[in-house]
Design a binder for this molecule. Structure first.
Ligand SMILES: Nc1ncnc2c1ncn2[C@@H]1O[C@H](COP(=O)(O)OP(=O)(O)OP(=O)(O)O)[C@@H](O)[C@H]1O
Length: 484
């Protein structure tokens, strides 16, 4: 009776946790999960218990599967996971070994990202249908709706408070900030935080729009307005955004000739389609963004002063990445998760030495540049850990020209595993014996990824199986299944 009570108490305790607990056997079959299953995955216990994580991953109930990674690498992993509702979870999977060193269970705990102070929820949840054949998006850059927004540093928390306050007002907002800093992302966020969230969010990029099309794109046109126009006419962005938000990106690039027309609309909220005579009304909130110094442009007569004062109601500056470098790791984690999803590849770990190096770089292209660097790595390597040597050449040049040049790339080497892939610079400091050991480690580490048993490794490396076991042990590498 007492035991029964204890089990019941334990179950209550586990189920009341805000974390989701997930236990599988050594083959990835789900043995247990807490009562949060429906909340996290939209499925009942019975639909998940007994299923293989590989099937659940393929059906995008969650993606990627941390259990699959733990089973593959025989080590603990922490990743960012996306559920079919589009929710983001931070998941840690831990292997439990039997006496022979085989993984007999994997215990995972998941925490909803929205509960972490440094992540803002991105898009409103949208359910991804439960279908094993579902295709993931093909481009990392069109996946903004699934991107959680990282804002963990004090400077970003302050910025978020500012834009949350601004979002609840009806005022026009001007987002200022360097290229790639997240102007588009935060314009979207403001819209979703505003009372207009259910209305449309329409963007117009003033820099990419040909001058001749500016007016018709913005205000639309009536039928037969000009050669090549659609017969029945077309709504412009101002009309399409009615009831929602119009985001004028790169506002500094708007041709001077059209600035007066925009100003007129901002003052009266009325406009006329090209070729039309009827005055139309549109109820929109305007968010503008630029990386140019608008005040200076006004002083140089490149931007109309009256338009400037219309849009400069609530100016907010998005801090550049170098001013919030403390959140670089969180950014890498979310970007890697996004890339893994887009390229349908296993997620990658990022080595602490790589992070140290990335933190010293000035990031003129901000988060977009970071995204591009990580994307290039995804395209060019299948390695599961990102080391400094995976970074583009400019990083090693930068490191050797900066204060890092005098210190090794790996400032915090903790274990042999972590020091295994030193760059050339560090290699020179080592003797032959150490280099050979390192090489041996690399070969064995690689072999562990490729072959499932120590027998298979022994066969491929032309060693005896006991030698393989001994060497793996020496290097602190985990054993695999021992069956031939
Ligand atoms: N805080 C953040 N958290 C997560 N992702 C971010 C964050 N800031 C920016 N990004 C990502 O960085 C990329 C660039 O952001 P965005 O396009 O919004 O920048 P931008 O300032 O509008 O760039 P540009 O000035 O070139 O138009 C996007 O993919 C966006 O999702």
């Amino acid at each position: 009776m007492q035991l029964k009570n204890t089990v019941a108490e334990l179950e209550t305790l586990i189920n009341s946790s805000t974390d989701e607990l997930f236990v599988t056997d050594g083959e990835g079959k789900v043995l247990f999960l807490t009562s949060q299953a429906r909340k996290f995955y939209g499925l009942d216990h019975e639909d998940i218990i007994g299923q293989s994580v590989f099937q659940l991953e393929q059906a995008h109930i969650f993606y990627p599967s941390v259990t699959a990674l733990v089973l593959r690498d025989k080590q603990k992993h922490t990743i960012l996971q996306t559920t079919r509702h589009g929710e983001h979870l931070v998941v840690t999977g831990t292997p439990v070994f039997d006496e022979q060193g085989n993984v007999k269970q994997v215990i995972s705990s998941a925490l909803d990202l929205k509960q972490l102070p440094w992540i803002l929820s991105s898009a409103p949840s949208r359910e991804i249908p439960y279908s094993p054949s579902r295709q993931v998006k093909s481009s990392v850059h069109d996946d903004t709706s699934l991107t959680p927004i990282v804002a963990s540093t004090p400077v970003m928390r302050q910025f978020i408070t500012q834009i949350q306050q601004a979002a609840t007002s009806h005022a026009n907002i001007l987002l200022l900030g360097e290229t790639g800093v997240g102007k588009n992302l935060f314009a979207n966020y403001i819209h979703k935080e505003s009372a207009r969230a259910q209305g449309p969010f329409i963007e117009i990029n003033c820099a990419t729009l040909p001058e001749s099309l500016f007016e018709s794109e913005l205000f639309g046109y009536e039928h037969g307005a000009f050669t090549g126009s659609i017969r029945e006419g077309k709504k412009g962005k101002v009309e399409l955004a009615d009831g929602g938000t119009l985001f004028l990106n790169e506002i500094a690039e708007i041709p001077l000739t059209y600035q007066a027309k925009l100003l007129d609309f901002l003052q009266t909220r009325q406009f006329t389609r090209v070729g039309g005579i009827k005055a139309l009304h549109s109820d929109i909130r305007i968010i503008c963004a630029t990386n140019r110094d608008l005040k200076r442009m006004v002083a140089e007569n490149l931007f109309r002063a009256d338009l400037f004062y219309r849009i400069y109601v609530v100016p907010v500056e998005i801090p550049p990445l170098r001013a919030r470098i403390g959140e670089l790791e969180a950014l890498c984690l979310t970007i890697i998760a996004k890339l893994a999803r887009c390229y349908r590849q296993p997620t990658k770990q990022i080595h602490s030495s790589t992070l140290d190096l990335l933190r010293t770089y000035p990031w003129p292209g901000n988060v977009r540049e970071l995204e591009n660097v990580l994307e290039r790595i995804f395209i060019s390597t299948r390695d599961s850990v990102i080391y400094p040597e995976h970074l583009p050449d400019e990083f090693s040049h930068y490191a050797s020209n900066s204060s890092l040049g005098s210190t090794p790339y790996f400032p915090n080497p903790k274990t042999l595993h972590e020091t295994a892939l030193h760059p050339e610079q560090a290699k020179e400091e080592l003797g032959l014996q150490k280099q050979l050991e390192r090489l041996e480690f690399e070969i064995l580490h690689d072999a562990l990824q490729r072959w499932k048993t120590t027998y298979a490794i022994a066969q491929h490396l032309q060693l005896s199986q006991p030698t393989v076991v001994r060497k793996l042990k020496k290097h602190g590498l985990t054993h695999l299944h021992e069956t031939p």
